[in-house]
Design a protein around this ligand. Sequence first.
Ligand code: ADP
Ligand code: 5GP
Length: 182
Amino acid sequence: MTGRLLVLSGPSGVGKSSVVDYLRVHHPHIAFSVSVTTRAPRPGEVDGVHYHFIERSEFERMVEAGELLEWAEFAGNLYGTPAAPVREALASGTPVIVEIELQGARQVRTSAPDALQVFLAPPSWDVLVERLQGRGTEAPEVITRRLDTARVELASEGEFDRSVVNDSVPRAAEEIVGLLTG
Ligand code: ADP
Ligand code: 5GP
């Protein structure tokens, strides 16, 4: 039996990485796609765990070679999902979560229509702004750019199969596990 693919999307700062970090610890049977990105690592991010941090030239080579399941430009950087590890995990019956932004989620909707598309929503707009500012990892102009994109991403919630409100990381994460197994 093949594993289920779950796409986790939602605006920057909503808590996607926090939910994924919780799931890695508490639900190790789930496989998590490690994206490639041209963004610089944030403090605490580990190459090969949170992302594969690569040069733009290598990213472009992967696109040309058809090695990415999907890819997108977000806030000035490139992000993509290597296809092979996802295919291998699904073929071995392992459920896979890919945490990606809206344009990528739309591509997966076309290339893998059976994937469950989940939107992680903030409790409110003000909470989203607080979280993005509170993370303290981006310069003010980058935060403004991410919030502009967040408005567009929030408007896309209706495109997704399910919405999960990230009011608490463990609660939201367990709801997502329920969707994956249910
Ligand atoms: P994303 O991956 O969606 O950009 P992060 O996981 O980096 O978001 O979370 C953004 C900030 O919000 C971080 O500082 C994180 O600790 C905080 N955060 C995430 N989820 C919650 C939550 N449920 N309650 C309070 N703070 C949260
Ligand atoms: P961040 O820079 O905050 O880690 O990520 C920025 C955005 O890129 C987030 O919405 C995140 O979900 C998304 N992202 C991370 N990896 C990928 C990927 O492989 N493909 C796409 N399309 N988006 C990604």
